[in-house]
Design a protein around this ligand. Sequence first.
Ligand SMILES: Cc1ncc(COP(=O)(O)O)c(C=O)c1O
Length: 426
Amino acid sequence: MDMESAYREAITLDGQDELSSYRSRFFSGDEKLIYLDGNSLGRLPVESKAILEHSVNHEWGERLIRSWNEDWFTKNIELGDKIAAIAGASDGEVIITDTTSVNLYKLAHAALKFQTGRRRIVTDDLNFPSDLYILQGLVKEFGEGYELAVVSSRDGMTIDPGDLKAIIDEKTALVSLSHVAFKSAFRYNMKEVTALAHEKGAMILWDLSHSIGAVPGELNQSDADLAVGCTYKYLNGGPGSPAFLYVRKDLQDKLTSPIWGWFGEKNPFDFELKYRPGEGIKRFLAGTPPILSLKTIEPTLDMMNEAGMTLIRQKSVSQSEFLLRLAEEFLRPLGFRYGSPADPEKRGSHVSLRHPEAYRICKALIDPDVGETVVIPDFRDPDNIRLGITPLYTTYLEIFIAVREIRDIVENKLYLKYSAEREQVT
Ligand SMILES: Cc1ncc(COP(=O)(O)O)c(C=O)c1O
């Protein structure tokens, strides 16, 4: 394959794309900008802008407190059901609330309390650091005899299910894992790993932050116990939009949230002085939901439920495979290595390419004075360039141009003029 034939293939594939109409439903301040970071902060849906304006001007500005009864009070449940539809869960099993970290704390705490006599938590070293911190904190909080067993990746990219199986034992209370790993995009087989945990009587808590809206959900099909995830990546909720949590229906009344806030109470507006846990999933709420940043999640959920996760996943795999073919042809000869599994079954929806100069290459890609256009990927230490595929708005042509820009930057050593000193947010 040469650049010309790769370009023609990109144009043909874009012409055949069944999801192409969704791109115009996202705001673009710069038509030429190539945004491959939707796995970190998703683009802004045009409808979310309108919703925000309406919510600020009409609901808050004019209707004021009346809006709680007119629209706001049940929004986190309604949108939770829409998330459930793409996560493979049922109505009433998902609710939007708090941050992923706080939700992980609440559910892991609830699981540890429920699993009396079991004191081991199992996780892996590909998991997101915040998750590891929360689990470390819980071990310290629960004290005597509690331990965190961390399975190590053998290749820095994947986890061998055999290594997990060996460490989950009859003392294990909880297995807590990211469904898709944030750096390598390694994806666990949810059904298989959930069964491994259940075989030994352990509960499982999945972090879906990098898989929700990117791969079809399998929570009920896998009989998963608990899950959390964020809404600002593939769900395009906006910076700091609230996260979600899932508790399988039969567990909801058996588990207790460690934070007894009024929104988790049976009826907050009874103002009862003694806490009574709310019904079902609501008992995992704590305080007032952030209405403005919650409402911006809805347009993407509607788009996803309309397009269907099967088609979204098909395009994600096809685009990732196209990207990997281009990388093999044009980037591997320049010193790039793969930071993501080759098998699409074991991958989420981003691809990591590794290069010793990854950080400075990212700087050059983002610099408007370099190349034909700005390309925004992201960088993860020590040497990963993460390229996020977001099927609702990524085009094949963008993938082609991004690879060509990376090649030009490396071939001509254009990265040399940038400092390797890291910025605060990478
Ligand atoms: C896999 C994963 N888990 C947890 C978090 C933390 O989310 P939050 O900031 O909502 O607590 C992130 C953030 O990017 C993440 O990628």
